[in-house]
Design a protein around this ligand. Structure first.
Ligand code: GLC
Length: 528
């Protein structure tokens, strides 16, 4: 086991984000401070000790802005105010100050592709009518067909159904996501000016950075041509070559963000850009664009040393070309939790722990999703509680993303497990989550929580893990291994049988190692 030391202020200066560990908080699900069954900003502040003891460097808060919650807050009605469900701006300031006191940086979501249909701009656009400057802030078009009753093109929305909605005067507006999320027109300078204001508002308040929502979506192809839907597989998916995303024009929008951010020292932005190709992804982190961009190939990789190796190698090479660090992530609020993806149960737990030791030992930044540190799995929820718009929009065929958004269990033996004082939590919590609570795991030195704590502490203390030095090592079939710096070796056995343990002193392992074998579904950090 790794033995703790003092811990060092290893992330300082302008480049702190290059090897930081970020922790994503889904505000509805982290901790409820006012007893209404929904997480909030006060709840987060009250639980900062957990994050400090875990050893994260920064948090990313998913949206807590004023919103009718058609898409869990990604439908923003006022991007510079807090939704009453989550508290007030004063609560935000108090959270920010309390996090900074603990040396935890705070980053927030920015949602530039769309506003809520309840945002005053959209209400004004509806009232002002076709051809008005108010409509020109969004993407309104006349329909096709003699009476304009057909949508302007054949694009599907990500949550299902067509990407167009018709308004009473006959025009249609584009919404890549839910109809309650009208897309903004980034060709209109009023839109970029508004986002400059929003970025400055939060940076003036003291936030350390942003996560840019669907950073590959703001620009649309000229003329909005039809897509070739031959290979389209349905909601929550994109095509390899998808006209709705990754248009060259998005990079101009990101350059604008960067110019604004460069006015403020030590800030960072990470992009959410689902592009299938490492080289195209690297375009998002060119020196005048974003600082980081999530590598989703690792999220998409099945449990296999070969797939992990390809995902890691492709990203390392492509990011090196543009001088940006890689950004690793195993789970978030949009994808099935990795313990479940890797098989669930004891197998999923073992593999999830091993994967954590991989993502935390690769060069670059790493994002954890709230509950990763507890080994939480997705929850099978009954139909009647589902809230993700995908459920309804897909005609009740795709259950959507609620299974990974269930509130966190903190303490006790029964729901709501200290998450709230109300048992009517916004999504029900499984009765069998007692062993997953923070309280229970703190009492068990072999728990996933302790594994994460040790790994984060070791990551702070092992200077090999802060730089970019990385070299693949030979590994048996079904395994992968790499060296960080001159003396640190990381090995993963993703196969089904034990293999010989590489030589070295064990600093940390994801499961118990006895003798000279590296068990299946286990990763290890070794000092050589
Ligand atoms: C991003 C968010 C997702 C949201 C979508 C629309 O993909 O992560 O939760 O539904 O954007 O804003």
């Amino acid at each position: 086991m790794f033995v703790s030391g003092e811990g060092a202020p290893y992330l300082s200066g302008a480049d702190w984000w290059r090897s930081a560990v970020f922790y994503q908080i889904y505000p509805k699900s982290f901790a409820d401070g006012n007893g209404d069954g929904v997480g909030d900003l006060i709840g987060i502040r009250e639980r900062l000790d957990h994050l400090q003891q875990l050893g994260v460097d920064a948090i990313w808060l998913s949206p807590f802005y004023k919103s009718p919650m058609a898409d869990g807050g990604y439908d923003v009605a006022d991007p510079t105010d807090v939704d009453p469900m989550f508290g007030t701006l004063d609560d935000f300031d108090a959270l920010l100050a309390a996090a900074h006191e603990r040396d935890i940086k705070v980053t927030v979501d920015i949602v530039p592709n769309h506003f809520s249909d309840q945002h005053p701009w959209f209400q004004q656009a509806l009232a002002a009518g076709p051809g008005s400057p108010e409509r020109a802030r969004f993407i309104f078009r006349d329909g096709k067909g003699p009476d304009g009753s057909q949508p302007p093109n054949n694009w599907p929305a990500i949550f299902g159904g067509p990407a167009w909605n018709r308004v009473p005067d006959g025009q249609w507006y584009l919404h890549l996501f839910a109809p309650e999320q009208p897309d903004l027109n980034w060709d209109n300078p009023e839109v970029s000016a508004e986002f400059e204001r929003i970025l400055r508002f939060w940076m003036d308040r003291g936030v350390d950075g942003f996560r840019v929502d669907v950073a590959h979506s703001m620009a649309k192809p000229p003329g909005l041509p039809d897509m070739d839907l031959t290979d389209y597989t349905g909601p929550l998916t994109q095509l390899e070559d998808d006209l709705r995303f990754d248009q060259d024009g998005v990079h101009e929008c990101l350059r604008l963000f960067r110019r604004v951010m460069d006015d403020y020292p030590h800030r960072m932005a990470v992009g959410e850009a689902w592009v299938p190709d490492d080289v195209r992804l690297a375009r998002y982190v060119r020196p005048d664009e974003l600082h980081l961009t999530f590598n989703f190939r690792l999220i998409e990789a099945p449990w296999s040393a070969k797939d992990f190796t390809e995902a890691i190698d492709g990203s390392l090479k492509a990011m090196a070309e543009v001088g940006a660090p890689c950004t690793w992530v195993l789970s978030n609020h949009d994808v099935v939790r990795h313990t479940t993806r890797y098989g669930g149960g004891a197998l999923g737990q073992a593999r999830g722990r091993a994967a954590a030791l991989i993502s935390l030992s690769l060069p670059g930044a790493t994002y954890l999703y709230n509950g990763d540190e507890l080994g939480l799995e997705n929850v099978e929820l009954p139909d009647e509680v589902l809230q993700d718009p995908t459920w309804k929009r897909s005609g009740y065929t795709d259950r959507g993303r609620d299974g990974e958004r269930v509130p966190l269990p903190w303490a006790g033996d029964e729901p709501p497990f200290g998450f709230s004082t109300s048992s009517a939590t916004w999504l029900p919590m499984p009765a069998e989550w007692g062993p997953f609570t923070v309280e229970a795991q703190l009492q068990d030195p072999q728990s996933t929580l302790w594994l994460y704590r040790r790994a984060l502490q070791a990551r702070r203390e092992l200077s090999e893990l802060h730089g970019s030095s990385f070299a693949w090592l030979q590994a048996p079939e079904g395994c992968l291994a790499y060296r960080r710096g001159p003396n640190l070796v990381v090995a993963l056995n993703a196969g089904e049988a034990p293999v010989e343990l590489p030589p070295g002193e064990i600093l940390l392992s994801s499961s118990l190692i006895e003798g000279d074998k590296l068990p299946a579904n286990t990763a290890v950090w070794l000092r050589v």
